[in-house]
Design a protein around this ligand. Structure first.
Ligand SMILES: Cc1cc2nc3c(=O)[nH]c(=O)nc-3n(C[C@H](O)[C@H](O)[C@H](O)COP(=O)(O)OP(=O)(O)OC[C@H]3O[C@@H](n4cnc5c(N)ncnc54)[C@H](O)[C@@H]3O)c2cc1C
Length: 386
């Protein structure tokens, strides 16, 4: 029996599980187990919606996997023994594997600045987003400071400002919001934030988060009733503690086929993996995470057939950014994620963003039924990755 254990049932883990189930359905010598903290699928792309008080669909992982032969284990992974090929769950149960797919994602980098752990909210899980939603609902007025002016920070600030017009929302960060976009897209984004009443403080460095303010380098501070931290990502220390080779952010370093460079029986995918392409190490997105899951499944299926896995190639397509529920901006990109001239705004962009955000769950079902289709479903990057 080939025991394949997939850790994490987010976008990457479920793409791997459903593709692999589809690819191995005629084999009786494969056992696939998926481990995840929760039975409910976390639509991480939409956590800013949860944080601002919106209810999301109740998507259940055991329902998705019913009838596929994949076993679902609900529990918290507390350790991986990569030498003995064992995984510990809730410090109680042990699962043995022949191949491991590591897809436990990443979290906000709360260690970068003092006071974040104690005084700021994050959007690392549905539970975190719920806590923030409750706090915002209970505030009669006051100031919410969103730290991090990257695209996640922009989405969060816009969503909170739209849903809570009685709150002052301040977006604080190093870069100008939309810095990676073309001037036209960036100008649209700035106008949308201004219309929603979001105050932007960019070109600054947050050095400390206190219970009632955010301190900036140079001595200024921004008063805050609530702080949301969206700046930077890191991978929890589980992978490093297992002895897997990791980079400076704790991501598992992979070879071109997505196997760990130190432990080739471990595939690393999604935000937890440091995957190098010709243009650099990919940054974590759902856009790239799902293809890594599909590719890992394809590689494992090839290995089971006695064939060599192939190199993974990926090129970015777009950066879709919601600006509340009634506006959005979609920046189309070159495969290396640099912006193209083309961008969408307004209603067309809202429709596009919603189509992208809701595509994950139906894709998992399709991958399971038609696994071959999954292999064609992303951009390979042409000369950018060759
Ligand atoms: C607000 C927000 C907006 C975003 N918008 C976009 C966007 O528009 N486009 C885009 O491409 N990307 C976006 N992203 C990034 C995207 O969500 C991530 O890149 C994507 O979720 C990564 O997928 P993953 O499967 O690697 O990790 P995840 O989706 O985070 O899945 C990891 C899974 O592992 C589980 N887990 C973690 N640790 C353990 C443990 N120890 N034991 C058991 N289970 C565990 C988690 O519960 C989770 O189910 C956004 C992120 C945020 C926070």
């Amino acid at each position: 029996m080939n025991r394949i254990v997939i850790l994490g049932a987010g976008y990457a883990g479920l793409a791997a599980a459903t593709s692999l189930a589809g690819r191995t359905r005629r084999r009786s010598d494969v056992r696939i187990t998926v481990v995840n903290a929760d039975e409910r699928f976390t639509e991480r792309l939409r956590l800013h919606q949860t944080a601002s008080g919106q209810r999301l669909a109740d998507l259940r992982i055991p329902d998705l996997l019913a009838g596929t032969g994949v076993e679902f284990v609900r529990g918290w992974v507390t350790g991986v023994d990569a030498a003995a090929r064992r995984v510990r769950i809730d410090d109680e149960r042990v699962l043995e594997y022949d191949r491991l797919v590591y897809a436990l994602g990443a979290v906000a980098d709360t260690a970068a600045v003092p006071g974040v752990d104690e005084n700021a909210y994050t959007l690392d899980s549905a539970h975190d987003a719920d806590l923030l939603a409750r706090r915002l609902a209970g505030l009669g007025g006051g100031t919410v400071v969103v730290c991090g002016s990257g695209l996640t920070g922009v989405e969060c600030a816009a969503e909170i400002a739209e849903r809570h017009p009685g709150l002052d929302v301040v977006l604080v960060g190093r870069q100008e919001p939309g810095a990676t976009m073309t001037p036209g897209a960036r100008a649209h984004l700035r106008r949308a934030l201004a219309r929603l009443g979001v105050r932007v403080v960019s070109g600054v460095e947050v050095v400390k988060v206190l219970p009632e303010s955010v301190e900036l380098a140079g001595g200024d501070s921004v008063p805050a009733d609530v702080v949301l931290w969206t700046s930077g990502v890191r991978v929890p220390p589980l992978a490093a503690a297992a002895g897997l080779a990791v980079d400076e952010r704790g991501r598992i370093v992979t070879d071109p086929t997505l196997r760990s460079v130190s432990h080739p029986q471990v595939y690393a995918i999604g935000d937890a993996a440091a995957v190098r392409q010709r243009y650099g190490v990919m940054h974590g997105t759902c856009q790239s995470g799902m293809p890594t899951g599909v590719h890992a499944a394809l590689s494992i299926a090839r290995e089971l057939d006695g064939r060599q896995p192939r190199p993974f190639r990926f090129g970015y397509l777009h950066a879709p950014v919601s600006l509340g529920r009634r506006d959005a901006v979609i920046q189309f990109t070159h495969p290396d994620d640099s912006p193209k001239r083309l961008y969408l705004t307004g209603r067309a962009a809202v429709w596009y963003k919603e189509t992208v955000s809701s595509s994950g769950w139906p894709s998992f079902r399709r991958l399971q039924r038609y696994p071959a289709v999954g292999s064609f479903a992303w951009r390979r990057g042409g000369r950018y990755t060759r």
